[in-house]
Design a protein around this ligand. Structure first.
Ligand SMILES: NC(=O)c1ccc[n+]([C@@H]2O[C@H](COP(=O)([O-])OP(=O)(O)OC[C@H]3O[C@@H](n4cnc5c(N)ncnc54)[C@H](OP(=O)(O)O)[C@@H]3O)[C@@H](O)[C@H]2O)c1
Length: 254
């Protein structure tokens, strides 16, 4: 029987590239996300290669998450790898200029959604045991502060600490946990963050060499297919052409 991967946010970016990467290696796929037509297109593309089960799912909906997991068809369990990828940044403005609703959406998706899916899938991952993996998509923003990161960065700091803490509880279950923390990667991320501003997204990635969805999918596949006795705790990945900058200092205006 082939190994089975469960991916959240498979309709775009890292999630979609991961679906293709795992399919290329012969894994069966459980693909979830809110946009059903994109899931169907991916199923059409990949089901000649491997078995593909799709489910439209908003990770913020605890009942729906439980239902999708309970209704996994025969042949799509036990799950060997959970890719907790669904997430988003909103409101790139300064903290005092953003809508509270955007902060709530990030907390509900990046923290509560990830927790909903993890809780629902832990029993099947533990059933798989040795070689099972949970790969959580954190971010460099979870470790390094920058203007406009406020709740987004804080939600990814949660992902890092939750990943480490899970490891403590799963130590004797064979289930690995990794926080993958990418830097700048060109996906639909900035389009979502700016609420559809394609020009702003293009500007951010212009004249440099960002990471691609495929670059991160390769890292996800790598950590999930290492020998069962190896756990990568955190993997921070930046483009070579991205690094940190100076501390900010506020000075008296002339
Ligand atoms: N791109 C970067 O620079 C970067 C850097 C570090 C970390 N990350 C993290 O990497 C992850 C993937 O981002 P990406 O760059 O691939 O962005 P993306 O292209 O915008 O993809 C995000 C995915 O998340 C899904 N999603 C969002 N809200 C959801 C919800 N409530 N329920 C279910 N699915 C939801 C989207 O699917 P639907 O809209 O169809 O639901 C989409 O498939 C995110 O957690 C992000 O924070 C990205």
């Amino acid at each position: 029987m082939s190994s089975i991967v469960f991916i959240t946010g498979a309709t775009s970016g890292f999630g979609r590239a991961s679906a293709r990467r795992f399919a290329a290696a012969g894994w069966s796929l459980v693909l979830t996300g809110r946009r059903l037509e994109r899931l169907q297109a991916l199923q059409d593309e990949l089901s000649a290669q491997v078995p593909v089960h799709i489910a439209a799912l908003d990770v913020r909906d605890e009942q729906a998450v439980r239902q999708v997991v309970a209704q996994l068809p025969e042949g799509f369990r036990p799950i060997k790898a959970l890719i907790n990828n669904a997430g988003l940044a909103l409101a790139p403005q300064a903290a005092h200029q953003v809508d509270l609703a955007d902060w709530h959406t990030m907390i509900d998706t990046n923290i509560k959604g990830l927790v909903n899916v993890t809780h629902a899938l832990l029993p099947t991952l533990i059933e798989t045991g040795a070689g099972a993996s949970i790969v959580n998509l954190g971010s460099v923003a979870g470790q390094w502060p920058y203007p406009g990161s406020h709740v987004y960065g804080a939600s990814k700091a949660f992902v890092q600490q939750f990943s480490y803490n899970l490891r403590c509880d799963l130590i004797d279950k064979g289930v690995r946990v990794t926080d993958i923390a990418p830097g700048m990667a060109e996906t639909e991320f900035t389009l979502v963050r700016t609420k559809g501003d394609q020009a702003a997204s293009d500007r951010l990635y212009r004249d440099t060499t960002p990471l691609s969805g495929e670059d991160i999918a390769e890292q996800i596949f790598y950590v999930a297919t290492l020998p069962a006795h190896i756990n990568i705790n955190r993997l921070e990945v930046m483009p070579t052409r991205q690094a940190w900058s100076n501390f900010a200092v506020d000075r008296d205006k002339a």
